[in-house]
Design a protein around this ligand. Structure first.
Ligand code: NDP
Ligand code: 13P
Length: 334
């Protein structure tokens, strides 16, 4: 039997869009966020005016300000909070979870300070035995909200769970591919944020289409180089959660990470750009964690390193580009 009732935790733009998609497919959804007043407002307006304006909530989606009630209602739980909020959200969820409830995570990032992948954080907080899946891929919340064609990947080491979740989300407009490579899917969804900042910087400085293609292609190599030691498969990085999301995020101004890069190129500080964007920009924190993993694993990631340096070491964007372009020639294939 398919999934009929889902608790959706995290009512930002992506959590709301995914909850809407489930409800369109006939899943009864209880959408919870940490701000009870905002949830009551969303429920009254039948719209998330702050994070996803213009997308009407289907009747099957109810805003639920009480976490215990949302979780008690559901068979399974979707968690869509930023990576810096994942551990604390799972810890708040943990006492309410029943043994049979399974999870789907839609966070794209790495835990600040530990560089843990989202499903690793879930295993630490909820135990290794709790079935977990991960949803990622090229998918702007606004377009999903508007019902535009989209495809994502759902990965899990529990094939039944991946298939059940895919059935819950998949329809004639929102396609789901399933897989087992959670590490690859998680690394793709994290690293693409950093690379989109790089492309935003380059585009903002007016460096043109050749430089954009260079950064995306060599950025993909960096994703593979970082992801393989963490257990990700090369094929995964060539799919929706790798190259697919990288292309989307690097090339369209809907991306908040790309807009961060554009703002930095225009001379704004990270704090000023975040204040302008007013939504989560995962790449800012992820750049620090990618730097940490690269040092730990001994892998060279020149583009990610320069983004880290601009964001966290006060390197001027033109100087970061100069460091990249003046590198000596090398073999294209690792
Ligand atoms: N937006 C998109 O198009 C996509 C986003 N994603 C990923 O989804 C994840 C969520 O991002 P997104 O929805 O876009 O972010 P938004 O900026 O749209 O919303 C952030 C949400 O997280 C909540 N939040 C922030 N800090 C905390 C905290 N400490 N504890 C609990 N909740 C918190 C916010 O609540 P409050 O309003 O109370 O601050 C808000 O509901 C990210 O990892 C992102 O990369 C993935 C695919 C597409
Ligand atoms: O993950 C996303 C699209 O797949 C959203 O990208 P941004 O976080 O850069 O807006």
């Amino acid at each position: 039997m398919g999934i009929q009732r889902m608790a959706a935790l995290g009512a930002g733009s992506w959590g709301t869009a995914l909850a809407i998609q489930l409800a369109r497919n006939g899943v009864e959804v209880r959408l919870w966020g940490r701000d009870a007043e905002a949830i009551n407002k969303l429920q009254a307006a039948r719209e998330n005016q702050r994070y996803l304006p213009g997308a009407a909530l289907p009747p099957a989606l109810i805003g639920e300000p009480d976490l215990a009630a949302a979780v008690a209602f559901a068979e399974n739980v979707l968690v869509t909070v930023p990576s810096h909020a994942l551990r604390e959200t799972l810890a708040v969820l943990q006492p309410h979870l029943r043994p049979e409830q399974r999870l789907i995570l839609a966070t794209k990032g790495l835990e600040p300070g530990s560089a843990r992948l989202p499903f690793e954080v879930a295993a630490e907080v909820l135990g290794e035995d709790r079935p977990v899946s991960l949803l990622s891929g090229p998918s702007f919340a606004g377009e999903v909200g508007r019902g535009l064609p989209t495809a994502v990947t759902i990965a899990s080491n529990d094939a039944t769970l991946a298939a059940d979740m895919a059935r819950a989300f998949h329809d004639g407009v929102f396609r789901v591919y399933v897989g087992a490579d959670m590490a690859g899917v998680a690394v793709g969804g994290a690293v693409k944020n950093v690379l989109a900042i790089a492309v935003g910087i380059s585009d903002g400085l007016g460096y043109g289409a050749n430089a954009r293609a260079l950064l995306i292609t060599r950025g993909l190599s960096e994703m593979v180089r970082l992801g393989e030691p963490l257990g990700g498969r090369r094929e995964t990085f060539m799919g929706m959660a790798g190259l697919g999301d990288l292309l989307l995020t690097c090339t369209d101004d809907q991306s908040r990470n790309r807009r961060m890069g554009l703002a930095l190129a225009a001379g704004r500080t990270v704090a000023e750009a975040e204040a302008d964007i007013q939504q989560v920009v995962e790449g800012v924190r992820v750049a620090r964690e990618v730097h940490r993993i690269a040092e730990r694993e001994g892998v060279e990631l020149p583009i990610c390193e320069q983004v880290y340096s601009v964001l966290h070491a006060d390197t001027a964007p033109p100087e970061a580009v100069r460091v990249l372009t003046e590198r000596p020639f090398r073999n294209e294939i690792d």
